[in-house]
Design a protein around this ligand. Sequence first.
Ligand code: GLU
Ligand code: ZN
Length: 291
Amino acid sequence: MPESTSISYRGRLAPSPTGLLHLGHARTFLIAAQRCAEHGGTLVLRNEDLDQQRCRPEFVQAMIEDLRWLGISWTEGPDCGGPFGPYTQSERRVHYLHALQQLRDRGMIYPCTCSRKDVAQSATAPNEGDDEPLYSGKCRPSRDPRSDSLSGCRVEAKRGGPAGVNWRFRVPDGEEISFTDLHLGLQEMVAGRDFGDFIVWRKDDVPAYQLAVVVDDAAMKITEVVRGADLLKSTARQILLYRALGLPIPGYYHCELVRDQQGVRLAKRHDALSISKLRQSGWTPQQVRCS
Ligand code: GLU
Ligand code: ZN
């Protein structure tokens, strides 16, 4: 493999330790590892544990064991360190704060006092069926937040930390956001129609998934994001954040979701299909690969 190839491709596995990994995760992570190997790249493991209410340390251990058992190896991660660490999101607050400050300085976010379910869920990635609902726009400033009229509000907000209100990113209504997915082809979404102003920081002082994942993928120099197709809409949101922060946008490869015989997406609640249960009941990694 030429050296330039091995330097250029950087992929990542980004599980959230909110439960045991299941067959759907295994499929996605195996594809991510395979694509990385095909490109002679470097694979990074990132522990996405921002939602302290739902994440548990025992699941961090379990996901590492399950991934290893599947035969997946990475060379940067919470267990082995690396040049772009830490690789655990709860230890990366300073990076998220820095990005938030940039968005605030550029007038691209605004404080929102609405309390809704989407606010509660925003620290974890939206999966199928629980995507952030279109925001009503109740707290959206009526004038362009970049204009001077709002600078007073911004300065005041700058005095303390970001806590106390939710911070929303103002999307460019009507603008088409498109990207060519390396697996699913051309994707086109319209801001304000397919998704609305989204949360980047929660009032209980937790950075939202959308912000954290962009900051981390950029900081860890990820060149290709492999993940489930339930995150296609999030990709459009994230592209807006990359642009707003002046960061290079990675390539995307979204995998089809694994469904059970009833067509229901495999989620962590399908405990019988967790990797660790399958392992205990005698499955081999090869069987999981080919399931
Ligand atoms: N931690 C996210 C999840 O488990 C991953 C999101 C992503 O790959 O960007 O759904
Ligand atoms: Zn609001």
